[in-house]
Write a protein that binds this ligand. Sequence first.
Ligand code: SF4
Length: 330
Amino acid sequence: MTGENRLIDRHGRRHSYLRISITDRCNLRCTYCMPPQGIDWTPREEILTADEIVRLGTIFVGMGITKIRLTGGEPLTRRDFNQLAERLGALPGLKTLAMTTNGISLAKRAAGLRAVGLNGLTISLDTLRRDRFLQIAKRDQFDAVMEGIEAALAAGFAPLKINVVVMRGVNDDEILDFVDWAKDRPINVRFIEYMPFPDNKWSTGGLMPYVEMRAMIARDYELIPLLGEATAVGKDFRLAGHSGTVSFVTSMTESFCGGCNRLRVTADGNIKSCLFHPAEQSLRDAMRAGGTDLDVERLITQAVDGKQAAHPPMEELMTMKNRTMIEIGG
Ligand code: SF4
């Protein structure tokens, strides 16, 4: 049953956006996401099956979710991705089915993804330089990602979102290059403040605050604010004479928790009400123990009820127990 939203927390926030991590596997090793020593992959039998993901999708949409984003690890490493996307895309009441990918296998798959019902796409790309791609992602896949981006645009994913995690002393010298790159492309370049997760070498020194990134661009360009939704994570701007736009995701220096509408499910089936809070409940175990949809709904409602108002200050996040970024899916 769709209709009224039953995912409203104690702070009055209405949750309509679910991020589902469908695998913790990835074919890149990005330094801000994957610990240098790697992670112990979750055994396959503990990862949600396609039937379980569709069942959860159905339950969440019935409670008021209208947007689902598929994340990972790298979601396209799942062999049943297209079938899964097709089944989720067919859920009555779901308006947006999106995905965040590293783009490596998009060149061959972009058109097919449109055909199975994906109507939103975000590609992670932290540099426009091949050598630096190798430095950040530890795999020589720059060309494949760039071909993937062109294929996604050709397949009609527009505006195509490009996530750029900005790390001082690593890629902050490319901010203006990304702005130039957006001149003649229908892309939305999203400059993301570097966030602390276990073993991702985060430091306050590595953080490039929003105000500094914006000032750097404003020296050369007129940034014209775009009105976004109250729940949006990005501060959006257009630039005169540019087809593309830029956004800033400022979770560290200007957090957007007050308008948060997001819930997460991890690849092993835990609901996580907040990116930066360790509390989790297993929906997978409830389903595998023969629980009804109502039992699962109760666990979801408990998680929403217990959601914190905002994430702690960044210094506290550094020491807080949490999953690594790759195990959450952003
Ligand atoms: S930190 Fe938590 S509450 Fe804040 S925006 Fe992110 S998920 Fe929402």
